[in-house]
Design a protein around this ligand. Structure first.
Ligand code: IPE
Ligand code: IPE
Ligand code: MG
Length: 256
């Protein structure tokens, strides 16, 4: 993660909180795992849609550090679905030249899911055009804690000077160190909270909330989110006038 700003009119990096699988299933009298299966179908379609729309980085919140508190049966179903999804999708990722990344405490995932994930990441590690990141057993506070520990170690061994250190010296210990900051964060299902997702990285992201449940989300809904993003003015602390007409000479410094 870098502290650099990105001012292009197209979102380079979209993060999605894929929410609403359980409610989608409940409305139809299905079990919650059936909702997650339908959600996985949407995930596949949105990965393709992002490529078609030129979005180079897509980060999907698939399992939070807090989701372990769900019923054992649901957690088990989600982990099996992850393994199944990776087994099926790796070929498509390779064909489409998509590099897979993972953020979160991956080492705590069940062995089978972890193996499938590592296999898919290795098989796509040489690609650089499209980047798909799965947030698994992810939580921003856990990430911050792990980064603080990494930073403390690098100070202790003399690699980093704590007094001189800047933001980038801390950010290189985040799970997201290889990714640009997200430009747009989408959350489906009508909830308007961030639920421990990319807190630090979304400092200047635009947010888009929709009532559509994740299994019903599609390319048309994604295009609506991107159209809404295009209408936003990203000011990064400046005034609207500065953004509309950037000047190189500060009015406080008389030109010669
Ligand atoms: C999101 O859907 C998927 C995960 C959190 C794994 P939910 O399962 O949270 O769906 P709702 O919020 O209960 O509808
Ligand atoms: C956030 O959704 C996590 C994922 C989408 C993976 P939750 O459904 O777990 O969030 P809360 O508990 O409603 O905030
Ligand atoms: Mg939910």
């Amino acid at each position: 993660m870098s502290s650099q700003t990105h001012q292009s009119t197209d979102p380079r990096h979209i993060g999605i909180i894929m929410d609403g699988n359980g409610r989608w299933a409940k409305k139809r009298g299905y079990s919650r795992p059936k909702g997650h299966q339908e959600g996985a179908k949407t995930t596949r379609k949105i990965i393709d849609a992002c490529r078609e729309l030129g979005v180079r980085y897509l980060t999907l919140y698939a399992f939070s550090a807090e989701n372990w508190s769900r019923p054992d049966m649901e957690v088990k179903a989600l982990m099996e679905l992850l393994e199944f999804f990776l087994g099926r999708e790796t070929k498509a990722l390779i064909k489409n030249r998509v590099r897979l990344h993972a953020i979160g405490r991956i080492e705590e995932l069940p062995e089978q899911a972890r193996k499938a994930l590592n296999k898919a990441m290795e098989a796509t590690a040489h690609f650089d055009e499209w980047h798909l990141t799965l947030a698994l057993n992810y939580g921003s506070r856990q990430e911050m804690l792990d980064a603080a520990k990494g930073f403390a170690k690098s100070v202790a061994c003399g690699e980093t000077d704590a007094e001189q250190a800047g933001w980038d010296d801390l950010a290189r210990h985040f799970y997201t160190k290889e990714l640009p900051d997200p430009d747009l964060i989408i959350r489906t299902s009508g909830e308007t909270r961030i639920s421990n997702f990319l807190l630090m990285q979304s400092a200047y992201a635009e947010f888009y909330f929709t009532d559509v449940l994740w299994p019903d989300f599609d390319k048309v809904e994604l295009e609506k989110a991107i159209a809404c993003y295009h209408r936003r003015e990203r000011r990064y602390g400046k005034t609207g006038e500065q953004i509309a007409r950037p000047t190189t000479v500060s009015p406080l410094q008389p030109s010669a």
